[in-house]
Unconditional design. Structure first.
Length: 575
């Protein structure tokens, strides 16, 4: 039951227990609010039969007892509902962040950023509200209604029936609406995601849109997405308002049926006025929380889409593996590797090569040939679909991703920087590195030349994703990170593509220090960058077209020699 509860409401184990306690506390609070009505009934009956005067002390004590009961139940309800919900929210956000950390990159290929940030921010906030306001109130109202109903039945089953007959049809109406509402909510959610995606894309591409005069056309598309969200919200709200109104009308019929039945029974002489009065009071007390409960039920149903969305992340398969490994050296070996991002669309086919320790292995070939994919498979960004990749003889598919990544220094083509100082951006390479080590790595990567001109040197903030730096400066920071990490395997994906010729040769000097005795996989389009590599692998259409030493390949006059010829011709081009 707890397991079901956890799954149904995306709760932690401790959260599920707190949730049950919150529902019970809410029910207790509802019952505490009914208690004064019982006391009032006893008092009026006392007045009617003349015993009230001699029981003054009892009434005073009972009044104080009711007050205490209400205060204690309210306190319990507050602690059980709000405090534990906020604790659970923290636990949920941390669990989500931890899960995101452990999910393989293939998962992020299927989801976009707007989708994920919506889960962390929006879905969590919706669930927080639902678990602090709607669900305990709903469960509490149902529980207290059950207790009060049992009491009423014990008192007079005919009148109890007159009060309670409206409950099943009212709740049935709302429960019936759940199926329709869920389908609508899914569509609403999809529309919201498309809109969030559109806004994010618009902000990211604003520069290109402006420079291509394509803003108007793009904004028209975005307007349509915003209107779609609006339309979906109106349909969803209108429908739930119809069902709620119908259910509330049904509940209200209960007061009329209580009054009619009571009047009829009194006329027949089978009901006394006091009992009639008590049932009228009970009817007025019992329906108020139930009307709230109906609203809460609708709101709780509406959270289903958010929970499904969040469970997609929480259920995402993680890459696991051994924490220990005993590699024999750091050769990277591809053995008949097949890979597809999406099943059926093969990206690498039967790729076999060895990148030896102490050597530079260059992956070259036409755009889309699979160079980046192959280099990232070595670090297990994704798992291969066929064949095997080994590092030091160990199958990477059996090694825990974090353990494996500790062996890699990677310089990506697209550098990501954080809105922090230059120093902290380099320190990402090795947490715990001292300032001197960070600065030394920065200087080796030729960062010193631009950092010395920054107002606060190494402690200058570089803006969101380093927007205050040029492409070459950003890439040098990324190289400094790799130098600081000093891992035995180095992946350089177009590491020097954003640098001018002068900078490039300086960086190459720094890189040659970084890569000494290491296994180096370089991806470069400019063939002169890889002219001094020990081995060239030409990847074309996802397969190895040829491999060997650069001189040998040039002599063979195959694809590599052709590429080299084309590049040297293009250098003579004029614009
Ligand atoms: N995350 C992804 N999801 C789906 N397909 C992808 C993804 N990344 C790359 N691809 C596809 O895989 C193929 C190989 O891409 P890859 O980036 O490995 O080539 P590349 O040789 O490095 O290209 P380039 O030289 O242009 O960087 C391409 O057809 C590309 O469209």
């Amino acid at each position: 039951m707890m397991k079901k509860l956890r799954r149904r409401f995306a709760l932690s184990e401790q959260g599920a227990r707190a949730f049950v306690r919150a529902c019970l506390a809410q029910a207790l609070q509802n019952i505490s609010f009914v208690a004064p009505a019982g006391l009032l009934f006893a008092f009026v009956r006392g007045l009617a039969d003349g015993t009230a005067a001699e029981r003054t002390l009892f009434y005073a004590l009972a009044c104080a007892g009711c007050l205490l009961f209400i205060v204690a139940a309210t306190r319990l309800q507050y602690d059980g509902t709000y405090l534990s919900t906020y604790v659970e929210s923290g636990v949920r956000r941390t669990a989500l962040a931890e899960k995101l950390r452990r999910l393989p990159l293939s998962f992020f290929g299927r989801k976009d950023l707007a989708d994920l940030s919506s889960s962390i921010m929006n879905d969590c906030a919706v669930l927080e509200k639902s678990q602090s306001h709607y669900l305990p109130a709903l469960a509490g109202a149902m529980l207290s209604a059950a207790v009060v109903s049992a009491g009423l039945c014990a008192f007079d089953w005919r009148m109890a029936l007159a009060v309670l007959w409206v409950l099943p049809p009212a709740f049935a109406v709302v429960a019936f609406s759940a199926r329709v509402q869920r389908a609508l909510d899914r569509k609403s959610m999809a529309a919201k995601m498309a809109c969030a995606d559109g806004i994010q894309e618009c902000l990211e591409c604003l520069r290109d849109l402006k420079s291509n005069n394509a803003e108007d056309a793009y904004l028209d598309g975005l307007d349509e997405k915003i209107r779609a969200v609006e339309r979906r919200a109106v349909i969803s709200e209108s429908l739930s308002a119809c069902f709620i109104t119908l259910a509330t009308l049904l509940l209200r019929l209960g007061v009329a049926s209580t009054a009619l039945t009571g009047a009829l029974l009194m006329q027949r002489g089978t009901l006394d006025a006091m009992t009639f009065f008590m049932f009228l009071m009970a009817a007025s007390r019992i329906y108020a929380p139930l009307e709230g409960a109906l609203q809460n039920l609708v709101a709780a149903i509406a959270t289903h889409a958010n929970i499904e969305h969040m469970n997609e992340i929480l259920d995402g398969p993680v890459q696991s593996g051994r924490e220990e490994m005993a590699p024999r050296g750091y050769d990277v070996v591809f053995e008949h590797v097949d890979f597809a991002y999406e099943s059926g669309v093969s990206v690498l086919k039967d790729v076999s090569f060895t990148a030896r320790q102490g050597e530079v292995t260059a992956l070259v070939g036409p755009s889309g040939g699979g160079k980046t994919t192959a280099s990232r498979l070595a670090a297990r960004f994704w798992d291969v679909s066929g064949g095997r990749i080994a590092v030091g003889g160990e199958n990477v598919a059996e090694i825990a991703p974090e353990k494996l990544l500790s062996l890699f220094s990677i310089v990506f083509q697209d550098v990501t920087l954080f809105n922090n100082t230059v120093m902290e951006n380099i320190r990402i390479g090795r947490r715990g590195a001292g300032d001197d080590e960070v600065i030394a790595a920065g200087r080796l990567a030729h960062c010193g030349e631009f950092v010395d001109k920054l107002p606060e040197g190494w402690r200058t903030m570089i803006g969101e994703n380093g927007r205050e730096l040029s492409g070459g400066e950003r890439q040098r920071i990324s190289i400094a990170r790799a130098i600081l990490k000093d891992a035995p395997i180095v992946l350089l994906d177009e590491a020097t593509a954003a640098l001018d010729v002068e900078n490039e040769s300086q960086i190459h000097a720094a890189l040659s220090r970084l890569i000494r005795d290491k296994t180096v996989l370089v991806i470069a389009h400019r063939l002169r960058t890889v002219a001094s590599a020990d081995k060239i692998i030409v990847l074309s259409g996802g397969a190895v077209a040829e491999q060997g030493a650069p001189g040998e390949l040039l002599r063979r006059d195959g694809p590599f020699a052709r590429m080299a010829r084309l590049q040297s011709e293009s250098q003579n081009w004029g614009l």
